[in-house]
Ligand binder design. Structure first.
Ligand SMILES: [Zn+2]
Length: 193
């Protein structure tokens, strides 16, 4: 009986660790002129180091883009030499876009545009299939954006900045704990060049 309880506890801990630090599997070349054999696991914690901090935008970008990438790569291994992306200009989203897809400005595989009605449009180069992803309406508390704008223009006092941070952290935890299909809509885009 005790063994079963220990096993159950280990399983619960594993799933909650995965929920706190979601991962994605990618494949890259094994050197600068190499073959496509370098399999890696990258996590939200890894992108956090690039971005500088963990925030709600980073979690939203990671979970949302992973959903779109899974639709392009049904075996769940993302080929970072075969993927290009357009991202909205938020630094949280652009860092996610670069890290998860391997898109590069100098290879015309990474673009930034605020004119797209999505967070990301991502394309698998070999078959041209393109997916667009955004948060469903009503998922993000509107106060995060309104208080965020005030903070950007220096009009938020220290107390209000603290409450904005609490709001963002609550939203971050919600995004990580919720089934992505209820938070994000992922649509195939037919015409995308
Ligand atoms: Zn951020």
């Amino acid at each position: 009986m005790r063994h079963w309880l220990t096993l159950l506890l280990l399983i619960v801990l594993k799933f909650s660790a995965e929920a706190q630090n979601p991962r994605i599997f990618v494949i890259d070349t094994d050197f600068s002129k190499g073959r496509l054999t370098n399999r890696q696991t990258i996590s939200l914690n890894d992108v956090t180091k690039l971005h500088g901090h963990l925030c709600d935008g980073l979690a939203v970008g990671f979970i949302g883009l992973r959903e779109a990438l899974y639709r392009l790569y049904p075996d769940s291994t993302i080929d970072r030499t075969n993927t290009r992306i357009v991202s909205k200009s938020s630094p949280c989203l652009t860092d996610i876009a670069l890290y998860l897809t391997g898109g590069r400005y100098q290879f015309n595989s990474f673009y930034v545009s605020d004119s797209i009605p999505y967070m990301f449009i991502v394309q698998r180069i070999d078959n041209g299939k393109s997916m667009a992803v955004k948060l469903k309406p009503g998922i993000k508390p509107p106060a995060i954006d309104s208080l965020g704008s005030l903070a950007n223009s220096g009009k938020l006092d220290a107390c209000s900045i603290d409450s904005l941070q609490r709001l963002e952290n609550k939203f971050l935890a919600q995004i990580l704990a919720t089934n992505p299909t209820s938070s994000f809509s992922v649509d195939e885009i037919k015409i995308f060049n």
